[in-house]
Design a protein around this ligand. Sequence first.
Ligand SMILES: Cc1cc2nc3c(=O)[nH]c(=O)nc-3n(C[C@H](O)[C@H](O)[C@H](O)COP(=O)(O)OP(=O)(O)OC[C@H]3O[C@@H](n4cnc5c(N)ncnc54)[C@H](O)[C@@H]3O)c2cc1C
Ligand SMILES: NC(=O)c1ccc[n+]([C@@H]2O[C@H](COP(=O)([O-])OP(=O)(O)OC[C@H]3O[C@@H](n4cnc5c(N)ncnc54)[C@H](O)[C@@H]3O)[C@@H](O)[C@H]2O)c1
Length: 470
Amino acid sequence: MAIVKTDLCIIGAGSGGLSLAAGAVQMGARVVLVEGHKMGGDCLNHGCVPSKALLAAARTAQTMRAGGCGIRGMAPEVDYAAVMGHVRHAIATIAPHDSVDRFEELGVQVILGWGRFTGPRALAVGDDVIRARRYVIATGARSVVPPIPGLGEVPFLTNETLFDLRNCPDHLLIVGAGPVGVEMAQAHARLGARVTLIERGKALGREDPELRALVLERLRAEGVEIVEDAQVARVGGGEGAITVETGRGVFAGSHLLVAVGRKPALERLNLDAAGVTMREGRLILGPDLRTANRRIHAIGDAAGGAQFTHLAGYQAGVVIRPILLGLPARARVDHIPRVTYTEPELAQIGPTEAEARETHGSALSVARFDFAGNDRVIATGQAKGLIKVMVVKGRPIGVSIAGPEAGELIAPWALALANGMTMSAIAGMVAPYPTLSEVNKRVVGAYFSPKLFENPWVKRGVRLVQTLLP
Ligand SMILES: Cc1cc2nc3c(=O)[nH]c(=O)nc-3n(C[C@H](O)[C@H](O)[C@H](O)COP(=O)(O)OP(=O)(O)OC[C@H]3O[C@@H](n4cnc5c(N)ncnc54)[C@H](O)[C@@H]3O)c2cc1C
Ligand SMILES: NC(=O)c1ccc[n+]([C@@H]2O[C@H](COP(=O)([O-])OP(=O)(O)OC[C@H]3O[C@@H](n4cnc5c(N)ncnc54)[C@H](O)[C@@H]3O)[C@@H](O)[C@H]2O)c1
């Protein structure tokens, strides 16, 4: 048995753990990084990277099929195995960046194996025991398998197995219409599968209803059958012929993808031994992401909040302050954007209109701009879109965008919200013409227009100045 002494032990080499390890070692700390499965975690191996690579292939197929701008569409020849080859290539291209070699070169000690606390200051990994001044739980999340009768007896896919397929499903049934469900529904419909999306509530139910409608309208137009308010009662059948019984009918398909959420992966950690407390399967954390054991922090999906790679990276930056420098820290969530990468994309930061109305009532004003008024959208024959900005006391507090490149368009708002910028400051930005970015400028214009153009005092002032000017 080897005893490894270190300043910081990070458990989990996914988006959060890797960011923290790279930052901490380069700032001079001794860092041990423990990984039980694949370096890069969920995002690289079963999440963001494969899903976005698959969506890119699907978009290529759809662009060929749809044509436009005077070009006649044509049926694409989809080679699903080759598409999955593209997915594997994307993973393999990024993998060296997250590899053991790269992190060892940076000076991190990487230990491969599952970590398990044996005491408040001891983590066992195989035959090694790591005694660290501080630990960070960055163990990510695992797919939820809901207790649906019959599910245990049929073959089903999750995001952890979907990208291993080599033949396109004839008819993909998807249970759960969150980001995983809708992204994979559109990807597979575009690649030639029949797709039925079954959701117990509303598809993309967390999102603004107007924007959600734009995405769902497009999915339906591309052939995705969306069944909402459909509680799944039972799953039956077998390999290649699966049935899902719901209150809204029975649906039959060749494959089943279960996408009903992911829960923090904490089971292997033996947290009782570490004195870390939990409530309903989630860690109890302070505002600085510290657990009940003051030597242990948690970041990323394991921390139990929203699940995004950029959030895990941000939280790594938060905990590095108390861990390395002994400084106070506080994790924010109000400036974290989220994007669903369908076409059109749906991006959100801060509260939606309904959420903001509930908190701010009549103090809230909402500025809107329809993408139909953007010259670049018209010139390129792109799809519909809408941006809404929620403003309180002259500052944006939330932004919702559905439309082409919504994920790129939300970036300046992330800057604005992170820094508490005013609408006037954003109005000072000059966007190049003709770009989609002008929608950001135009929505600010929509906010100021009534104040400027419908204000009798402004008109009176201008008339007075005109009489005085030589
Ligand atoms: C299909 C899909 C698509 C997604 N797309 C996006 C997207 O487009 N954009 C976005 O921002 N987010 C996306 N996400 C979410 C994103 O993947 C996660 O939020 C992100 O990976 C979380 O990073 P993490 O470091 O917390 O956990 P992970 O990346 O999951 O890393 C955790 C690591 O810890 C290891 N581990 C667990 N337990 C132990 C243990 N006891 N000992 C040692 N190692 C352990 C695991 O093996 C894993 O490698 C997507 C998720 C899915 C499922
Ligand atoms: N683009 C992105 O950033 C991206 C992409 C994919 C996943 N993610 C993240 O990964 C996590 C997992 O995503 P997800 O879509 O699996 O989870 P989710 O929790 O976001 O959505 C799950 C959906 O399944 C529904 N559901 C739950 N149980 C059901 C049942 N028994 N029958 C029918 N429907 C049911 C829920 O109502 C919900 O709409 C999320 O936190 C998400 O933010 C992010």
